[in-house]
Design a protein around this ligand. Sequence first.
Ligand SMILES: NC(=O)c1ccc[n+]([C@@H]2O[C@H](COP(=O)([O-])OP(=O)(O)OC[C@H]3O[C@@H](n4cnc5c(N)ncnc54)[C@H](OP(=O)(O)O)[C@@H]3O)[C@@H](O)[C@H]2O)c1
Length: 264
Amino acid sequence: MSKTILITGASSGIGNVLLKQLIERNHDVIGLSRRQAKDVNYTHFSCDLSDPKAIENTVLTIQQSLTKLDAIIHVAGFGIADALEYTTYQDAELIHKVNVLGPFYLNRLLLPLLRKGVNPKIIHVGSVAGTLTIPFQAFYSMSKAALFTYSEALRMELKPFKISVSIVLPGDIKTPFTENRKNTYNERDPLYKNRIARAITKMAHDEQNGMAPERVTKPIIKMLNKRRLPIFKTIGLQYKLIMLLAKFLPHRLRLHIVYKLYGK
Ligand SMILES: NC(=O)c1ccc[n+]([C@@H]2O[C@H](COP(=O)([O-])OP(=O)(O)OC[C@H]3O[C@@H](n4cnc5c(N)ncnc54)[C@H](OP(=O)(O)O)[C@@H]3O)[C@@H](O)[C@H]2O)c1
């Protein structure tokens, strides 16, 4: 059955693949991002998720053209990389606005339309990095950890309304995410003896040798047809194993392993 679906981050990477796959399946898709996706025919809303006024204006326009919404899929997000010592207040604020407060505010304003939908669903895209704290990418980890907590709380609060809420947690995925990450480390790195550069080079290498976006979009599409969603879904067998291991390892050992991989 054709659904009316709003997807954020439709202009690039995972969201762009998802947009095309949803259109192929004859769903009515509304895409929200700053840029418009090329070579695809869909209803695009230009909206900067860091700007609450822009979100309000976008929702007002959506409310004028739609009578119901069946699903919201929050794919938009970005990373920042630097030592915490050098991270600016503005960057710390920006990443929380886009990765956490954007989804919160959009959901809040769109809930009346979602309540009118058929088996309504909210799906967030988090990250394994929200569960495993990554040094030199701390504010990204923090934003995805906050999104995870938000998703769990929203799931419980909306349960009586039969609105299902879930979060998918991808590991490394090969997308423009790597080049879109905000890197500000260069000039001060010598104090940290190139640890920041090494960590970011490793992150970039892992991402660019990572899984295809389809590994994330396939389970999301399956979720759209399910009545009950999982609380969260980790993407990729190796990441499921890492998450399981992390749960049982002593905390000190877990941090030591991540330190060896990204912090040293
Ligand atoms: N790639 C990975 O390894 C990986 C791993 C785990 C989780 N994730 C998560 O997966 C999601 C998608 O990332 P991706 O890999 O597909 O990266 P991407 O290719 O860089 O796509 C990011 C999307 O987010 C949108 N976006 C960024 N800032 C925005 C803003 N201020 N307002 C509105 N939209 C904004 C971008 O659209 P505009 O620039 O047009 O606004 C773009 O469509 C993100 O939430 C990311 O954290 C990625």
